[in-house]
Design a protein around this ligand. Sequence first.
Ligand code: R5P
Length: 269
Amino acid sequence: MAEQDSAEAKDYSVHIPYERQGFHLKGMDHADWGMQNRMARIFPPATGRTLMLAFDHGYIMGSTAGLERLDLAIPPLLEHADVLMATRGALRAAVPPGHGKAIALRCTAGSSVLDEDMSHEVIGVAVEDAIRMNASCMAVQVFIGAPGERSSIDNLVRTTRYFLLATRMVAELGAAIIKTYYCDSFEKVTAGCPVPVVIAGGKKLPEAEALEMAFRAIREGAAGVDMGRNVFQAQDPPAMIQAIRTVVHQGFSGRQAFEFYEETRRQSK
Ligand code: R5P
């Protein structure tokens, strides 16, 4: 028990009004302190943007090109990411517990690429297990308009209209961050979505194109990127993740980031 304190408490600074601090992410002003704390780990306040490294592909694809040996592929990339987006198994296999990065834990399961209809995922990780992994957020996948969705939505293909609908629906259902693909008129998708949107990279593109896509997404309102194959299948994955970082956190254009990539590759040889 603390000793009795003889000093009188009197410095209340009564002339200094309490500062009302807004939160730096949209849709989060009224979230609880713990939620804001986790979101701030994902989106560092200095830029309000995030660079997520996705390597959860094995949960549907098994051994994936570039990720054959998680323990060799992932450690050189860790220091350059803000967030690690992965399954429990991949984290345990490739990431030392002392790494200090935020975790976006893949929590859905149930489909594989062997199944033509992959839309029947269920929650495969309980909240308690996510807490045990010290996850900052639980990543779930939804398939709007696919057979696995309960009520079907007719005639939707992956157009801007589709992404406008899907991102908005998922945000209104309570998601705190939306990961989606980049599309035409992406600024409408980010404007119409009340919470931060990050893009997935998708299939491997030439490095210059992937960086240009990341640049356009950020310019059009994305709060970050969550890229996997365009990092770990790049010719030089550490150089690539650093180049993406310049787009996300330093305002580099796609072209500047590609020059950075080439220069970083040259220096590392
Ligand atoms: C999809 O949901 C996967 O889980 C990946 O996390 C996501 O697609 C991002 O990886 P990539 O940039 O390789 O598409």
